[in-house]
Design a protein around this ligand. Structure first.
Ligand code: PMP
Length: 283
């Protein structure tokens, strides 16, 4: 089946889904994005993602090319026409097409593209049951990673280095030796029945999966502390996790050459996944 995409107001075949070479996303990474998880044809935590998209747009002063309610319509339509059951919708907005100049163009309309992708439940289940491996890498990103911009060169290099070490994700380490977050996920460790994750600041993205897991943990009265952690804490950790819109809650079994727990997914993994899945809003 061919994939259909959304490009600036029209639906296209995947192979015909093109943007101009002077799109500012292409030339300057001048844009923002969102990833919406899809479970059983429904959008996961739509409100959280759309609100973060509008915040990102505001922070870099791009006005939305369509009104807020239209996003829902187009995402649902992409799910339907691509017959997605489980998977994701990727959405990107750039400042638009203009002759190359660093300053904002005056009359340019922002570009909006969306693409849907199927990811089988089985792929997620298999990864969950195996757990993933992490490589730590210096955090070389800019100072406003709270904005979900398409400026992703540092995470690209980090993820590549992780892959070259047979790891599925990189955890980024700040100047003081603390983990900020994953290259495309939120990082968590569990120590003595308490879960730890980095507090919100400009140095991490406010993960929507993070927010929902926290809600789920509160409901189940599981203990969470928002506090930075380093390699010493990881050494003492009983379990570790990442969360993101496409990986949901994913257990970590190794960080660099440190085995977490006994090197297999721990007893809290299912509990946290359940807490998360019970707290998500599907629409
Ligand atoms: N941090 C970074 C750097 C990310 O790229 C992502 C994934 N978009 C996350 C955290 C997790 O955010 P979310 O749960 O909203 O996908």
């Amino acid at each position: 089946m061919s994939r259909l995409t959304y490009v600036n107001g029209k639906y296209h075949e995947y192979k015909d889904s093109l943007v101009h070479i002077e799109d500012r996303g292409y030339q300057f990474a001048d844009g923002v994005y969102e990833v919406f998880g899809i479970i059983n044809k429904k959008i996961v935590d739509y409100e959280g993602h759309i609100n973060r998209l509008f915040r990102s747009l505001k922070e870099i002063r791009i006005s939305s090319p369509i009104n807020k309610s239209s996003y829902y319509f187009h995402i649902k339509k992409l799910i339907k026409i691509n017959r997605i059951v489980d998977g994701l919708v990727y959405l990107q907005i750039t400042r638009g097409v203009a002759e190359r100049d660093f300053k904002f163009p005056v009359k340019t309309k922002p570009s909006l593209v969306m693409i849907a992708k199927s990811i089988s439940k089985k792929t997620y289940e298999d990864n969950f049951n195996k757990g993933i491996k992490i490589k730590t890498i210096k955090d070389l990103r800019w100072k406003r990673v709270d904005i979900k911009t398409i400026n992703l060169l540092a995470p690209v290099l980090a993820k590549q280095e992780a892959a070259e070490h047979s790891c599925q994700e990189a955890w980024l380490i700040d100047e003081d030796g603390f983990i900020t977050e994953g290259s495309s996920s939120t990082a968590w460790i569990l120590k003595k029945n308490i879960l730890y994750t980095t507090p919100l600041s400009n140095s991490i993205l406010n993960g929507i999966t993070r927010q929902t897991l926290i809600k789920g943990l509160n409901k189940k009265k599981l203990k969470l502390i928002e506090k930075k952690f380093n390699m010493k804490d990881i050494k003492d950790a009983d379990e570790a996790f990442i969360t993101s819109a496409t990986q949901y809650v994913m257990p970590v079994i190794r960080v660099d050459n440190l085995k977490i727990g006994n090197g297999k997914i721990g007893k809290y993994a299912n509990l946290f996944r359940k807490a998360y899945m019970e707290a998500v809003k599907l629409s």
